[in-house]
Write a protein that binds this ligand. Structure first.
Ligand code: NAD
Length: 355
């Protein structure tokens, strides 16, 4: 196979960021857009400048022998069953994070992926965002010496300026249903940040957490979770706050984050991810008396483009793209351990979460 014929399944909010990288890829043809709401698929086709076949039934996509691969951009509670069905139909599968809503579901995906002859991966755009990749290069080159602490901060806001993405509020309906969604921002958004921390340093050990509650159950602020990375003398801390009276610059969502990695010889700062809250270079290396800035590309959409490229190239070149099913399951266990720790007031090992 020298080209990939792809169906995009789910044409809601994230399709705006997730689809362009496939359309731009020189070895990928987006031939099908699928959504039960036909108008959404038609809108995305117009926005992307495509004339694809429009499908309103996922089964038709799986029955179509001219579709080699699917990119699932559907509500998370559908991921496991849709992944398993697509692998059984012989399709290559990429699926937006989180892999599933429970570890039991993730286990079914891990089994299906292990037994499939086709490729499976979870789309984790943070792993391709140039400032995050640059920080990894600097870490691996020893720029800050031995890492001792990773801090990941997210500020959530009510208002942004400069937004280019249209957010359909219907995306909140399934998210607000506890039967279809096991958590708020620490789950839905947090998985990006746990994946980033694991990519930089390694796997998470026991986690202690306090999860905040606001009137909006999805807005889990203020929250803090801390852990030790397995086999490393390095701690992690993730914290979320809400600043309802502060407006930030953001082209995309109502939030921004920054990362600090502290080491024996220096400190790395990564800023300007989802938004542009901090007017700083996207990567800074602080070495005591000197600060070095790295002006790598910093539009957050680039992470999605990189993820699309890795999937297409991975399938066509016969190698596993990031993030594989086992990794995605391990990352899902982190927010579930955070919730369990906050509930029980004790440290929780992510691998102890089995359901
Ligand atoms: N990487 C990121 O930064 C990021 C950001 C937002 C969302 N996401 C993930 O993307 C997924 C979708 O989130 P969203 O915010 O775009 O949600 P959304 O509700 O805006 O979009 C989901 C779309 O799927 C469609 N759909 C529902 N059932 C379907 C079916 N059986 N077959 C095909 N389409 C179906 C809906 O009609 C809707 O258009 C979630 O898993 C979410 O966690 C990732």
């Amino acid at each position: 196979m020298d080209r990939l014929r792809l169906a995009i399944v789910g044409c809601g909010n994230i399709a705006q960021l997730n689809a362009p990288g496939y359309v731009q890829h020189p070895r990928c043809d987006v031939t099908v857009l699928c959504d039960p709401v036909r108008e959404r698929a038609e809108l995305r086709a117009r926005q992307l400048g495509l004339t694809p076949r429009i499908r309103t039934d996922y089964a038709q996509v799986l029955d179509d022998p001219t579709v080699d691969a699917v990119e699932l951009l559907t509500p998370t509670y559908l991921h496991a069953e849709q992944i398993v069905a697509a692998l059984a139909a012989g399709k290559h599968v990429s699926c937006q994070k989180p892999i599933a809503i429970s570890v039991a579901e993730a286990d079914r995906v891990v089994d299906a992926a292990a037994n499939a002859r086709t490729t499976f991966r979870v789309t984790e755009n943070f792993l391709y965002y140039p400032p995050i990749v640059k920080a990894k290069e600097l870490l691996d080159a020893g720029a800050i010496g031995e890492p001792s602490l990773v801090r990941i901060h997210t500020t959530r806001v009510a208002e942004v300026v400069g937004q280019t993405m249209e957010l359909d509020p219907e995306a909140l309906v399934w998210r607000r249903d506890p039967a279809r969604n096991p958590g708020g921002v620490l789950y839905d958004d947090g998985v990006h940040k746990y994946a980033t921390a694991e990519y930089w340093i390694g796997e998470f050990g026991e986690i202690s957490a306090t999860v905040g509650r606001t009137a909006d159950a999805l807005n889990e602020t203020p929250s803090v979770a801390t852990w030790r990375f397995k086999g490393r003398d390095c701690l992690g801390i993730i914290d979320y706050t809400f600043a309802p009276e502060m407006t930030i610059r953001s082209r995309y969502y109502h939030a921004d984050e920054f990362f600090e990695i502290h080491g024996s010889r220096g400190i790395l700062w990564v800023t300007r991810c989802t938004g542009e809250m901090l007017d700083l270079p996207p990567v800074m290396l602080i070495r005591g008396t000197e600060t070095i800035s790295y002006q790598v590309p910093m539009d957050w959409r680039l992470g999605f483009d990189g993820a699309a490229k890795d999937f297409v190239d991975g399938v066509l070149d016969g190698r596993q793209p990031a993030q594989d099913a086992e990794t995605a399951k391990r990352i899902l266990q982190v927010p579930l351990a955070i919730y369990e720790s906050s509930r029980t007031r004790r440290p929780v090992a992510p691998e102890s979460i089995k359901s």
